[in-house]
Structure formats: structure tokens, C-alpha cells
Design a protein around this ligand. Structure first.
Ligand code: HEM
Ligand code: HEM
Length: 357
């Protein structure tokens, strides 16, 4: 097939899988509070990173140092991917996207280093968490657009009657998930995860009162139930607001995901791929809400909390994949710019408001 490079696609896919592992490794660093277990960067206790003795990789150092090593491998893979694209990829936008991936991974490494050197400032830790998800989405996109499926002729999605709004809907859903990931990162790095200890209610209310008396009561309750100690300092109204925003936006995000998934499932007779993505979205959102609730109820058990971060990343990339699928199959973008090959006519009938392939 013209332009399809199996090796390049497989390499992009492999890089995406390694990036997912890296996100889990990063999530473990935060969940185990090992962020400052190695105080220097780019060295590790004065050693060149790859020469650090394995027998000294214990406790938090294990998580922090292995995260750095996996990050270096992913950085190296991204350099190779960009060079391979530069040599072999015929579409300029795809080459450019691989350069964006390279720039992102470099910036991400620098943010990781700064997070250590500046002792985990909230803004840098939140940016590091958010850019990680962004980088993952870019690499997954590269894996998709180098695939045989993307490069081959596909029946163009057609609409009848109402405007075809599927790509817009999925893009809005992806945006909602992205906002939720940022809110999650804020929650994590402002230590707001356990400032509301019950679920689904919050201190027995839909939205907890923020009066000074109520705040005193919450602080006492958190100390009595051993969730916090006095030395942690008092919980602030800002922390409660961040926590509640994450819960509130989870509802909005879930509605958009369910809506998108239903639209995708309705297309099952025309596009098995879109329907499969719909099922995956359904499964992931149910899992993610359960993990979010368990994160609170298990008092941030390391495995549950890290799984919540990882599932968040999977939700984002599934939305990104669904967006690109719907864009290609709807013929929304210029074939010249995006190198999309589509058949221009299919005679499949479908119900109004739906797209079909
Ligand atoms: C490709 C590069 C990298 C990726 C994709 C990545 C990804 C991540 C992710 C997903 C987290 C978890 C964030 C969270 O749960 O909120 C994390 C945490 C962390 N990463 Fe990275 N990372 C990368 C490179 C680095 C590098 C080079 C360092 C250098 C020291 C680093 C240091 C850290 C630290 C210290 C944390 C914990 C931050 C905290 O607890 O506040 N990362 N990383
Ligand atoms: C659409 C659904 C949801 C998504 C996509 C989502 C995503 C995330 C992500 C990605 C993080 C970590 C961000 C980072 O540091 O990189 C996070 C943190 C968190 N989420 Fe969610 N979340 C969702 C729903 C919920 C729900 C319903 C709850 C229940 C209260 C919840 C509770 C938490 C908690 C407590 C944290 C902070 C954990 C910590 O402090 O270590 N999440 N969320």
C-alpha cells in the first residue's frame, strides 16, 4: 500500500505502549510520595543516571529512579521516531507532529527535573502531570495515522438530514476529559484528594458548607478518623472547592462520554471500529468513576490511585482515537492536507442525524 511503512507504524505503537508504562511509573512516584527521594537531577545521588548501583534502588528511590530511567528510554524512542519520520514519512503534517512529540518529551523531562530541584511546586507538578497525558495522546495519534487502516481507502461517512455533528461531539468530549485530568492533577498536587472523606455525598451533603464553623468541624473529623494529623495543617476552603470541582466535572464528563458512546454504538452496522471505541469508552468511564470513589474510600491506596491516573490517560487517548476515526470517516478534513484516502460515495442508508460508512 502506498506510503504505508509497517516498521514505522509498529515502532510508533511500541513507543505508545512504553509511554503508557511510563505514566503508570510516574503515577506510582506521586502515589508513593517518592517525588523527592532522589534530590538531585539530572544525576542520581551524584551518579550518572544509568550507573546508579541497582542494590541502592530501595524504597522511594526505586520508584523515582526507575521513573527517570523509563522516561529516558521513552525520550530515546521518541528521538528515533522523529528521525525515522524525517527520513521516511511522506506527509509533512505527520512529520511535524513527530517533531512536536519530540519537543514535548524534552519539555516534559525538563519539567520533571525542575519539579525535583524546586521541591515539587504545585504549578510545575500539575504541568508535568498534564503534559504527560498530552504527550501520550500525541504518540497514540502518531501510531494511528501511520497505520494501514488510516492510509487505506475507507468508505466516507455520510449524513442525511441533520448536520453531522459526531466529530464535534467527540472533540468536546475529549476536551471535557482533558479538563478533568487537569482538575485531577490539581487535586493530587494540592493534596485535596482526602479533604472530603465520604462518597458519593460530601460530609453528608451534595456540596459541603464552607462556613468557618463547618471547616472547623471537618478538620476535627479528619483528625479523629486518622485521615490527617494536626501537623498536616488545617484543610482550606480552596482544597474543598478543588475536590468538589473534580467530582462535579466527573459528572459532566461522564454525560459527554455516555452520549458519545451511544452515538458510536448506533453506528455498529456501518463501522465496527467506531462501535468498538464506543464500548471501550463505556467500560472506561464506569471503571474510572469506580476507581475515583475507591481512591477516596481506600484513603488513597497506592494501586487504586495509580490505576485511576492510568485509566484517566486511557480515557483521553480513546477519545482522541475516536475523534480521529470520526474525522477521517466523515471526510471532515482536506485529504490533501491530512493524506486521507476516502471513497467518496457509499449507498448505505441510515437514520437521520446519524453518520454512516
Ligand atoms: C517522558 C518523560 C516523562 C513522563 C511522560 C513523565 C510522566 C509522569 C507522570 C504521569 C507522573 C505522575 C503525575 C501525577 O500522578 O500527578 C510523574 C511524576 C513525576 N515525575 Fe515524571 N515523567 C517524565 C519524565 C520525568 C523526568 C525526566 C523526571 C526527572 C526527575 C521526572 C520526575 C517526576 C517526579 C519527581 C514526579 C513526582 C511529582 C510529584 O509527586 O509531585 N519525570 N511523571
Ligand atoms: C470522568 C471521571 C474521572 C476522571 C477522568 C478522573 C481523572 C483523574 C486523574 C487523571 C487524576 C490524577 C491526575 C494526575 O495527577 O495526573 C485524578 C485524581 C483524583 N481523582 Fe479522579 N477522575 C474522575 C472521576 C473521579 C471521581 C468520581 C472521584 C471520586 C471522588 C475521583 C477522585 C479522585 C481523587 C481523590 C484524586 C486525587 C488522588 C490523589 O490525591 O492522589 N475522580 N482523577
Amino acid at each position: 500500500m502506498k506510503g504505508y511503512n509497517k516498521g514505522l507504524h509498529r515502532f510508533a505503537f511500541f513507543t505508545a505502549c512504553c509511554t503508557f508504562l511510563l505514566i503508570i511509573a510516574g503515577g506510582l512516584v506521586t502515589s508513593t510520595q517518592s517525588g523527592l527521594s532522589v534530590p538531585d537531577w539530572p544525576t542520581t545521588y551524584g551518579h550518572f543516571m544509568f550507573a546508579y548501583p541497582l542494590d541502592q534502588m530501595v524504597g522511594g528511590i526505586f520508584y523515582e529512579h526507575s521513573h527517570r530511567m523509563i522516561a529516558s528510554v521513552v525520550g530515546f524512542l521518541t528521538v528515533i521516531l522523529a528521525m525515522w519520520m524525517w527520513r521516511k514519512e511522506d506527509r509533512r503534517w505527520v512529520r511535524n507532529l513527530s517533531y512536536v512529540a519530540l519537543g514535548t518529551v524534552i519539555l516534559q523531562g525538563v519539567l520533571g527535573g525542575l519539579t525535583v530541584l524546586l521541591m515539587l511546586p504545585t504549578a510545575i507538578s500539575v504541568s508535568h502531570a498534564t503534559l504527560a497525558q498530552t504527550f501520550f495522546a500525541i504518540v497514540v495519534t502518531l501510531a494511528l495515522i501511520t497505520s494501514k487502516w488510516w492510509r487505506s481507502d475507507q468508505p466516507l461517512l455520510q449524513r442525511e438530514g441533520k448536520k453531522n455533528s459526531l466529530p464535534q461531539l467527540i472533540l468536546i468530549t475529549a476536551f471535557a476529559v482533558y479538563i478533568q485530568l487537569i482538575l485531577g492533577a490539581l487535586m493530587r498536587h494540592t493534596h485535596s484528594g482526602l479533604v472530603v472523606p465520604d462518597f458519593p455525598l460530601a460530609y453528608g451533603q451534595l456540596f459541603p458548607s464552607l462556613s468557618p464553623e463547618a471547616m472547623d468541624q471537618y478538620n476535627q473529623q479528619l483528625i479523629q478518623s486518622d485521615i490527617r494529623i494536626a501537623a498536616d495543617g488545617a484543610v482550606t476552603q480552596g482544597q474543598i472547592i478543588i475536590h468538589m470541582l473534580h467530582r462535579f466535572w466527573a459528572v459532566i464528563t461522564a454525560i459527554f462520554i455516555a452520549w458519545t458512546a451511544v452515538r458510536l454504538l448506533k453506528l455498529s452496522s456501518q463501522s465496527k471500529r467506531l462501535a468498538r471505541l464506543g464500548y471501550v469508552l463505556f467500560g472506561l468511564i464506569v471503571l474510572q468513576i469506580a476507581l475515583g470513589a475507591l481512591t477516596v474510600l481506600s484513603l488513597k491506596a497506592v494501586d487504586v490511585t495509580t490505576a485511576h491516573v492510568a485509566t484517566g490517560a486511557l480515557l483521553l487517548v480513546t477519545c482522541v482515537l475516536a475523534s480521529f476515526h470520526s474525522i477521517k470517516l466523515s471526510g471532515k478534513l482536506s485529504g490533501k492536507l491530512f493524506g486521507i484516502r476516502t471513497q467518496h460515495q457509499t449507498a448505505v442508508s441510515f437514520s437521520p442525524g446519524e453518520v454512516s460508512a
